[in-house]
Ligand binder design. Structure first.
Ligand code: CA
Length: 223
């Protein structure tokens, strides 16, 4: 899952980015509305954390421009605690949720998790596929009752595919959602990681659809 954080306060920006990275997400960040708008307009984020008070272009305008352009990623806005009118403007502009400043980082993380699973149609923080359970809260993967140790990249790969269970995800889409904008992306390495992940899981849930991409399905429905 790849996220964007748009926040002009350098300390808060760094804290949110670090907390999200520690939770297993790939994170890009912007420090003003113009840069934030550009990134959200051109990169495929799974969710965005957007401050409303931003230099150059304010957060509500950024959000309005994204929504007008048809960008549908879930957006969590950060608002000042005493400014109820900000929340109203934010929701009217297309925000999905908000956190008031000053906030507890745990709340931001919980709300981001909720946005991600809602946008993928899941009701809880646990994603399951046959014998495989992936807990997006603790970043743990259990197969047939036993914890499986994955690298952070393998975890992101599996989490993305499990959020989109039953759908074929192309190699290009995977690369776009697994690496941040500065990473030297090589889609050929995805095949290598898929192979390792398949071996570690040891169950038949991760399928290669020749010429199209990858798909996670229950073992019985395997193509
Ligand atoms: Ca601000």
């Amino acid at each position: 899952m790849r996220l964007l954080v748009v926040e002009d306060d350098p300390d808060i920006n760094r804290q949110i980015v670090t907390a999200l990275q520690d939770s297993g997400y790939v994170v890009d960040s912007a420090k003003d509305g113009e840069e934030g708008h550009y990134l959200g307009d051109t990169e495929p984020y799974d969710a965005v954390v957007l401050d409303l008070g931003l230099p150059v272009l304010d957060g509500v305008s950024v959000l309005e421009k994204w929504r007008r352009a048809g960008r549908k990623m879930p957006v969590l806005i950060l608002t000042a605690r005493d400014r109820w009118s900000d929340k109203v403007a934010g929701f009217d502009a297309g925000a999905d949720d908000y956190v008031a400043k000053p906030f507890h980082m745990e709340e931001v993380l919980a709300r981001v998790r909720a946005l991600l699973r809602r946008s993928a149609g899941h009701a809880t923080s646990e994603l399951t596929c046959g014998p495989v359970t992936l807990d997006t809260k603790s970043a743990r993967v259990i197969v047939n009752g036993t914890a499986v140790k994955l690298t952070s990249l393998e975890f992101r790969l599996l989490a993305y595919l499990m959020h989109h269970k039953g759908k074929v995800v192309s190699r290009t889409e995977l690369v776009e959602h697994l690496y941040d904008q500065d990473f030297d992306r090589d889609s050929n390495t995805v095949e290598v990681f898929i192979g390792r992940l398949r071996k570690k899981l040891g169950v038949d849930v991760l399928h290669t659809i020749r010429g199209m991409g990858y798909c996670v399905t229950e073992p019985d429905n395997a193509a």
